[in-house]
Write a protein that binds this ligand. Structure first.
Ligand code: NAI
Length: 343
């Protein structure tokens, strides 16, 4: 058994605890060496400590620098800022990595294997927005400022290019709108081209594509892309589009990687409409756990987890309702654990 790896566990809200339990069962079956520090956050944090991101949760992540989290509900009203945004800022989680791979064949798009790398901290999402009142209309004009920095662009592009090399990606496409937003997205494009020329030329093919054309190409022929790297707003939109190509939210994992920590989660939210019913699809969070295993340099365990999920879905044909099956969370997890145990 390898050395224990301390990691923070935030079960989160809604279906969070159900899919976290399922994921822990799969990780236990693999013998993954995480030593969990369980902390509350989200609505559970509000109830326990009056804060959706209590100090104990932050302190634990600061120490372990590694977390697996269920979805966190940000209560509306009460002036709470999104816990997810707070986590990104607190731990400078500048890279959002979202792989999308077809796991259930026969959908509208088959054999998709794509990665989106999104800049997570800068761009038009920095929250510098205001209204200008005119003639008694308080909302006559709305303004937003976007900020992209050379340093912020470079560290994200470096992360994407390093990931491309480490995972054998053949082509990386920088997605931009530098024909219109010449400075804001031009700096990202310029930094990427320069970095490629200086350090990555020959290691993979580099391509540049304008965001609107990229959206069209993704729908017409997604197989022409391998890895997309882009700024915050475009990345937010494209990563959901790409999740849609492989069967939706129940299949989409995400990793938030930063200088100070790495946090792994499903892309979906707390699904209050199905919480407590035992029918949630745990695959997205399990795939996030596979990314976490890759991150801590246990790629063999990650591969076994992915293979187990694949075999459970496609050989055993055990699937949850969102994938057209009839299994509940527990039945899926049992079948997966059996696959892992025999694998
Ligand atoms: P949602 O992703 O929770 O749900 C959208 C739809 O997808 C629902 O019909 C839900 O039942 C279904 N769904 C989601 N995950 C599923 C799964 N694993 N298996 C089967 N079906 C699934 O989005 P919604 O309803 O907009 O958000 C609910 C709450 O989650 C909000 O409070 C929001 O702030 C929070 N949220 C948190 C996120 C996070 O912590 N990373 C991300 C997105 C939303």
């Amino acid at each position: 058994m390898s050395t224990r790896i301390p990691a923070t566990l935030l079960p989160g809200d809604g279906i969070g605890p159900e899919i976290v339990d399922a994921t822990l069962a799969a990780l236990d079956a693999l013998g993954a060496p995480f030593e969990w520090e369980r902390r509350v956050a989200g609505l559970a944090g509000v109830h326990a400590e009056g804060d959706p991101l209590p100090a104990a949760a932050l302190e634990s992540i600061r120490r372990t620098r590694l977390a697996l989290k269920g979805p966190l509900e940000t209560p509306s009203g009460g002036g709470y800022r999104s816990s997810n945004v707070r986590l990104r800022e607190e731990f400078q989680l500048y890279a959002n990595l979202r792989p999308a791979r077809t796991l259930v064949p026969g959908g509208r798009f088959d054999k998709i294997d794509l990665v989106v790398v999104r800049e997570n901290l800068e761009g038009l999402y920095i929250g510098h927005e205001h209204y200008v009142p005119i003639d008694g209309d308080p909302h006559a004009v709305a303004m937003a400022t976007g900020i992209n920095t050379r340093q912020g662009s470079r560290r994200l592009l470096e992360f994407a290019f390093e990931t491309a090399v480490a995972t054998g990606r053949k082509k990386v496409s920088i997605v931009h709108k530098a024909n219109i937003m010449k400075a804001l997205t031009g700096i990202f494009l310029e930094t990427g081209l320069d970095l490629y020329e200086r350090r990555y030329k020959g290691k993979f093919e580099l391509d540049t594509v304008i965001i609107d054309a990229c959206a069209m190409k993704l729908v017409l022929n997604p197989w022409q892309f391998d890895m997309l790297v882009t700024t915050n707003l475009f990345g937010d939109i494209l990563s959901d589009l790409v999740a849609g190509l492989v069967g939706g939210l129940g299949m989409a994992p995400g990793a938030n990687i930063g200088a100070d920590a790495a946090i792994f989660e499903a892309v979906h939210g707390s699904a209050p409409d199905i919480a407590g019913k035992g029918i949630a699809n745990p695959v997205a969070l399990m795939l996030a756990a596979a990314l976490m295993l890759d991150h801590v340099k246990l790629p063999d365990l990650a591969a076994r987890l992915r293979r187990g999920i694949d075999e459970t879905l496609n050989l055993d044909k055990v699937r949850t309702g969102d994938l057209g099956g009839s299994a509940g969370t527990e039945a899926f997890t049992k079948a997966l654990v059996a696959r892992i145990a025999n694998g």
